[in-house]
Design a protein around this ligand. Structure first.
Ligand code: SF4
Ligand code: SF4
Length: 348
């Protein structure tokens, strides 16, 4: 296990654990969450059903799961990065992209490194049945992480760790080799409710319970179609994801900077304005988001999100150049984006 930890560190992971695969105690919570409809349009969550809580059904032969954490706070993040992030939310013209999405697509980074880790293990122990996952719908990532000591499940439903806050990605390797399970860490939210209190859309409906349909991360990334009218003003200038519940979390004063350059900020996405990004034509969007997680949402959702941000900026500032930029883009936009532009201009 120690050698595995050493290889993992060489590959940029900060910690690994081993989880057993009996997740039956998580099944009731999963079912209740789905039954309440809190997964919104993420139909794949429903489709995978209880397989998500049964790793050996998902990957036959699995007997345990290696869990891994990789910190993503950019290497050059300033000491006051939390304050800077909160401040940006109060500058209406700024375009705020979630910290994790400003660099290279983490799916690519983690998947290839998990694969390398599995191959190193196989080279040591002989043939190894394995499959790697990261941020993958069929896997109960936070549950596996919290059972194996990689973090605990916070009231915002993300994993967090006393020594690392929550600014990290999770990955898993399902294997057919029994390894000793690692111990969970004690949950340390205590009486804190900072994440619940700060959430702009009241998406954390109770501790440990997230209504994805109200969550800005879900709405700006996963959700197709129109953004509910009543939530548009609350989205403010967040155009891709939302970090508020993490920024408010006291444990993130211990957030750890990445060791890999992959998560360094690209395209100035830690300081761009809405108008700068609105000026990107579709080919430029494709070029600049190559290798980035942002590309996954596609052009339409990108423009929809920007239109909302610009609408909120227009309401806050009355800026004429913002109005003109929206008006000029209207005729060339698809119906969905047009509707959001109309809303932004106050005509929707
Ligand atoms: S990501 Fe934003 S909207 Fe979603 S729960 Fe956290 S604070 Fe609320
Ligand atoms: S903000 Fe408080 S309640 Fe929320 S995850 Fe952090 S410690 Fe837990």
């Amino acid at each position: 296990m120690q050698r595995l930890q050493g290889w993992a560190r060489e590959l940029g992971f900060s910690q690994i654990g081993v989880a057993e695969i009996d997740l039956t105690t998580a099944e009731a919570g999963l079912q209740a969450w789905l039954a309440a409809g809190f997964h919104g349009g993420m139909g794949y969550m429903q489709r995978h059903g209880l397989k998500r809580a049964r790793p050996a059904e998902l990957v036959p032969g699995t007997v345990c799961v290696i869990t891994a954490r990789m910190d993503y706070l950019p290497r050059d993040a300033a000491p006051g990065w939390v304050d800077n992030e909160f401040a940006a939310l109060h500058v209406p013209q700024r375009a705020v992209v979630s910290v994790y999405a400003r660099g290279r697509d983490y799916h690519k980074v983690l998947r290839s490194r998990l694969q390398t880790l599995a191959e190193r293990l196989a080279a040591e122990v002989g043939p190894l049945g394995h499959r790697v996952f990261t941020d993958s719908a069929p896997v109960l990532e936070v549950e596996l992480a919290s059972r194996s000591g990689v973090g605990w499940r916070g009231k915002h439903t993300l994993a967090l760790h006393r020594e690392a806050g929550s600014m990290f990605f999770l990955g898993e390797i399902f294997i057919d080799l029994p390894l000793p399970a690692s111990s969970p860490v004690p949950a340390s939210c205590g009486s804190c409710t900072a994440c619940i209190d700060v959430c702009p859309t009241a998406a954390i409906v109770a501790p440990y319970r997230l209504d994805a349909r109200r969550c800005i991360s879900y709405l700006t990334i996963e959700h197709e179609g129109a953004i509910p009218l009543e939530l548009r003003a609350l989205i403010g200038n967040r155009i891709y994801g939302c970090d508020d519940c993490q920024l408010a979390c006291p444990w993130n004063k211990y957030a750890v900077r990445a060791t890999l350059p992959d998560f360094d900020v690209r395209n100035g996405l830690d300081g761009a304005t809405l108008l700068q990004l609105w000026a990107w034509a579709e080919p430029e969007f494709a070029r600049r988001t190559e290798g980035s997680a942002i590309r996954r949402i596609g052009w339409t959702r990108w423009r929809r999100n920007l239109a909302i941000g610009l609408g909120n900026a227009l309401r806050a500032t009355g800026d004429m150049s913002t109005r003109q930029a929206l008006q000029q883009a209207r005729s060339g936009a698809c119906a969905l984006v047009q509707e959001h532009i109309d809303w932004a201009l106050g005509a929707g």
